[in-house]
Design a protein around this ligand. Structure first.
Ligand SMILES: Cc1ncc(COP(=O)(O)O)c(C=O)c1O
Length: 397
C-alpha cells in the first residue's frame, strides 16, 4: 500500500511536540513540571455560562444537529460585541459565521478560497495554523516578518513584485502569537489600503482581542472604513472567557469570504453542540466582569514574571498583550538554539516553555513563555531557572 501521502509530506511533526513528550515523561516520573509551554487557560469560564450549558443540555430538543453557521442568537450576540467593543456594524446573516474555535475557522476558510499552487503571505514566526491551514489546502507559503515595522512593508512590496503567481491572501495576527507584538489602527488603515491596491485578501486573527495590558485596547481591522471589502477577522471565546475546550470562535467581515467559508462548513459540520452555542450567547450577552478579571490576572502574572526573571540574569521583555512572553535566549546561551534550551530548562529547571523555532525559522533564538500558571508557580519557575543558569555561569542579582 502507498503510504507516501501527499499532505503528510507537507506536515512536519510539530517541533513543540518533542518538548511536550518530554514534559509528559517527566510528569510520569512524578516530577513537578511548571508548565509555561502551552497557551491553555488555567481559569474556568464564568459560572453563569456553565449553568446555561447544563440548563440547555437538559432540554430534550437540544441534542440534534445544530446549525453549521451558528444559531442566529449567537451570531447576533457577536454583532452586539463588535458594536459595543469596536463601534462596528455587522449583519449577523451575511457577515458573521460561528466556527468551532478560530483554528477551525482559519482552516475552513483556507480550504474554501485556496487552489493548489496559490501563494499565501503568512507571518514567520506564527501560530502554526496560519501557514499549515493553507499548506493543507495545497498552497505555497511566502513568509513575511511578524514585526510590524518598515521592514514589514518592504517585505510585502517585494512579495508582490517578485512572486509568481501573485499572492492572493495575507494573514495577520496582532496581538501576535508567539511574539505578543501589537499594532495600532493606523497600521490596519495602511494595510487595508495596501490590500485594495494589490487585490489581496486579508485574514486577521484577533484571538487575543481582550488580553491587552496597561490600558491599551487592541484595535480590530474591521474598524477601518472599507475593511469589509477585503478582510475577514477571527475571534475566539478560548482566551477571553477561558473556554478553550469548548471550541467556539467566529469569523466576521467580507460577505463573499464568509459565504465561501459557510458553504465549506456546511459540507463538513453541523455546528457546535447547541447547548455550547447557547452558553456562548450567555457569555457574550451577560456580565463582562470576567473579561476584565482575566485581563488583570494575566497582567499581574506578566509583571511578576518579568520581575522574577530579571533576577535570574535572563531579561524577559514585558509583553503588551496576549498570554505569552517572547523571550530571546540569554545571550551566553544563544548558540544552544531554542529547542535544546527548552529541553535543558525542562530537565534541569523543571520548567516547560515552547521553543521559538516551533513557530517558524525566524522564531529561532527565542522561547515562548505562557503565563498560564499562578504567581507563586511563576516565582518558583524563576528560582529554578536562576539555579540552572547559575550552574552555567549566567548570574543574576
Ligand atoms: C493566535 C491564535 N489564533 C488562534 C488560536 C486558536 O484558538 P481557538 O481555540 O479559538 O481555536 C490560538 C490558540 O492559542 C492562537 O494563539
Amino acid at each position: 500500500m502507498n503510504t507516501d501521502f501527499y499532505r503528510m509530506k507537507r506536515l512536519p511533526p510539530y517541533v513543540i511536540a518533542e518538548v511536550n513528550a518530554m514534559r509528559a515523561a517527566a510528569r510520569q516520573e512524578g516530577r513537578d513540571i511548571i508548565d509555561l509551554g502551552m497557551g491553555n487557560p488555567d481559569q474556568p469560564p464564568p459560572q453563569h455560562v456553565i449553568d446555561k450549558l447544563c440548563e440547555v443540555a437538559q432540554k430534550p430538543n437540544a441534542h440534534g444537529y445544530s446549525q453549521s453557521k451558528g444559531i442566529p442568537g449567537l451570531r447576533k450576540a457577536k454583532a452586539n460585541y463588535y458594536e459595543r467593543r469596536f463601534g462596528v456594524d455587522l449583519d449577523p446573516e451575511t457577515e458573521i459565521v460561528v466556527t468551532m474555535g478560530s483554528k477551525e475557522g482559519l482552516a475552513s476558510l483556507a480550504n474554501a478560497i485556496t487552489a493548489p499552487g496559490d501563494v499565501i503571505l503568512a507571518p514567520n514566526p506564527s501560530y502554526p495554523i496560519h501557514t499549515f491551514g493553507f499548506i493543507i489546502a495545497g498552497a505555497t507559503i511566502r513568509a513575511v516578518p511578524t514585526t510590524p515595522d518598515e521592514e514589514y512593508w518592504r517585505a510585502l512590496e517585494n512579495a508582490m513584485a517578485f512572486t509568481v503567481p501573485r499572492p492572493s491572501v495575507l494573514v495577520v495576527n496582532y496581538p501576535s502569537n508567539p511574539t505578543a507584538e501589537v499594532v495600532d489602527l493606523a497600521f490596519y488603515e495602511r494595510l487595508v489600503a495596501w490590500a485594495k491596491e494589490n487585490e489581496v485578501w486579508i485574514l486577521s486573527d484577533l484571538a487575543y482581542s481582550e488580553l491587552y495590558y496597561d490600558g491599551n485596547p487592541t484595535p480590530s481591522i474591521i474598524q477601518v472604513p472599507g475593511a469589509k471589502d477585503v478582510a475577514v477577522e477571527f475571534t475566539s471565546m478560548s482566551k477571553t472567557y477561558s473556554m478553550a475546550g469548548w471550541r467556539m470562535g467566529f469569523a466576521v467581515g467580507n460577505k463573499e469570504l464568509i459565504a465561501a467559508m459557510t458553504r465549506v462548513k456546511s459540507y463538513l459540520d453541523y455546528g457546535a453542540f447547541t447547548p455550547i452555542q447557547a452558553a456562548a450567547c450567555a457569555a457574550l450577552n451577560g456580565p463582562q466582569d470576567i473579561v476584565e478579571t482575566n485581563r488583570q490576572l494575566y497582567q499581574k502574572r506578566r509583571d511578576v514574571m518579568v520581575d522574577a526573571f530579571s533576577r535570574t540574569g535572563w531579561d524577559i521583555p514585558p509583553p503588551p498583550a496576549s498570554m505569552f512572553a517572547w523571550a530571546p535566549l540569554p545571550p551566553a546561551l544563544k548558540d544552544m538554539g531554542s529547542l535544546e534550551f527548552s529541553k535543558q530548562l525542562l530537565t534541569h529547571a523543571e520548567v516547560a516553555v515552547a521553543p521559538g523555532v516551533g513557530y517558524g525559522e525566524l522564531g529561532e533564538g527565542y522561547v515562548r513563555i505562557a503565563m498560564v500558571e499562578n504567581e507563586q508557580r511563576i516565582r518558583q519557575a524563576a528560582r529554578n531557572v536562576k539555579r540552572y543558569l547559575a550552574s552555567l555561569g549566567v548570574n543574576g542579582s
